[in-house]
Design a protein around this ligand. Sequence first.
Ligand SMILES: [Zn+2]
Length: 385
Amino acid sequence: MRPIRPGDRGPAVTEIRTVLTGLDLLPPSTDDEFDGATERAVRAFQQSRGLSIDGRVGAETWRALDAARWRLGARTLYHAVPEPLTGEDVRSLQERLLEMGYDVGHADAIYGIRTSRAVAQFQREVGLKPDGSCGPHTMGALRRLGRKVVGGRPQWLRESDAIRQSGPTLVGRTVVIDPGHGGTDPGVVVPDGPLRWTEADLVHDLASRLEGRLAAAGVRVQLTRGPAPETCLPDADRAQLANSLGADVFISLHTDEHANPEAEGVATYHYGTDNGVTSTTGERLAGLVQREIVARTGLRDCRTHAKAWDLLRLTRMPAVRVEVGYLTSPRDRGQLVDPRFRDRVVEAIVAAVQRMFFPVERDVPTGSIDVSELRAVVAAGAVMD
Ligand SMILES: [Zn+2]
């Protein structure tokens, strides 16, 4: 077929313009002329689809435009054999599932077996029949968990409910603590004088202290590694371990590094994507850990950030990665090698975990929880038993 090009008129041009308008690339109009604005929109479309950019609509661009006319929800999607469904709606669905942490591979706009499996998993988790096809009910569930409603995967939303309903006690909770690196991977190494801490050693020390404090408050604690493991466990395996233990909270401990010794401070990370999809409970946990550490240690506040790292994406409970200061900063490092300072960091994390289990409306001010009292509560409970 001869490409449809600038200057052409007719119903084919109207159709092209309609699709481009639907993609927000062209203002709505009933014009049937392939004008300059249409050409620019075609070029933008071609660029976004990785097609060769010539501003004309040949066979390849036509097929892509044809697929693009499907808006998510306009038809039922399913895994068709041998000719799979393709289209913009499939791509939207895949992007949505990826954002929510489901494994669809690439958003390739093809409804293959992997997409079908991811849909089935989503259906199972929201209590729908897991048939792997995306019809009105599944669309409804996807919409209810809308883009900005956030919360990440549905089990996180349930987790958030479970936290609200189970009351403020820490007794009987399971917390998985993940000291980063280890084995063949020491993490950040700063080889100067008495401050020869590696990140792996330092975060394991922090993890052990945290383990002690949480256990004293009645929490079941599991570490993802010992002080000197033979190999370094990949983050995906660490997440899997936390999932298999049914952890209520996951805390990964790291220190940061930077070529500039002036870089310093504490930052926390929770699951989320650039599109604003985030784990609500993870974000809350990260925010609490961040504020408590800043308030109790005076480390510079490098804020809370959303990341789609394996560790955060694959864990099914509120998960936070804490970068407790820069080992490359003489100031941060000088503090971190002081065990009393590390105790303050640990108390801050315990206070944050405690606040995770307070209902939001009964939350307390940052820095106000006396961590030693938690132990008294546990002791009192033990006497009454
Ligand atoms: Zn690290």
